[in-house]
Ligand binder design. Structure first.
Ligand SMILES: C[S@@+](CC[C@H](N)C(=O)[O-])C[C@H]1O[C@@H](n2cnc3c(N)ncnc32)[C@H](O)[C@@H]1O
Length: 101
C-alpha cells in the first residue's frame, strides 16, 4: 500500500477516539459549513503542505475543502479524505477525482 505522506488532523486532537459530533452528521448543517470556509487563514498553512506531498490523507476532512482546493491548485497525486460524518462527506463526494472514506 502506498505511503500517505501528509496527515492532516485539523481540529481533531481533542476529539481523538470519540464519536463524531452529531451536528456534522446533519446534511443541512454540513451544506452551510462551506459558506463559513471562504478565505480561511489555516488553509494558507495546510495547502502548501498538501501541495508539496506526493499523496495526502486528510483525517477529519469534513466537506473536503482542503483536498478540493489542492486539486484545484493543480495537485496531480493521490488525495484521500476520511471522515466519520456522512453529512459532511456528501458535498465532498461531488468531486470524484479524490477518494472519500
Ligand atoms: C470542524 S470540522 C473540520 C473539517 C475539516 N478538517 C476542515 O478543516 O474544514 C471537524 C470534522 O472532524 C470530524 N471528526 C469528528 N470526530 C472525528 C474522529 N474521531 N476522527 C476523524 N474525524 C472526526 C467531524 O465529522 C467533522 O467533519
Amino acid at each position: 500500500m502506498e505511503l500517505l505522506s501528509v496527515l492532516s488532523v485539523v481540529g481533531l486532537v481533542w476529539q481523538a477516539g470519540r464519536m463524531a459530533d452529531h451536528s456534522f452528521a446533519d446534511s443541512g448543517l454540513a451544506a452551510l459549513y462551506d459558506l463559513f470556509c471562504e478565505g480561511r487563514d489555516d488553509f494558507g498553512f495546510y495547502l502548501p503542505l498538501v501541495m508539496s506531498a506526493e499523496a495526502a490523507l486528510d483525517v477529519g476532512c469534513g466537506t473536503g475543502a482542503l483536498l478540493r482546493g489542492a486539486r484545484e491548485a493543480g495537485h496531480t497525486g493521490r488525495l484521500c479524505g476520511l471522515d466519520p460524518a456522512a453529512g459532511m462527506l456528501a458535498p465532498a463526494r461531488r468531486r470524484s477525482d479524490i477518494g472519500w472514506v
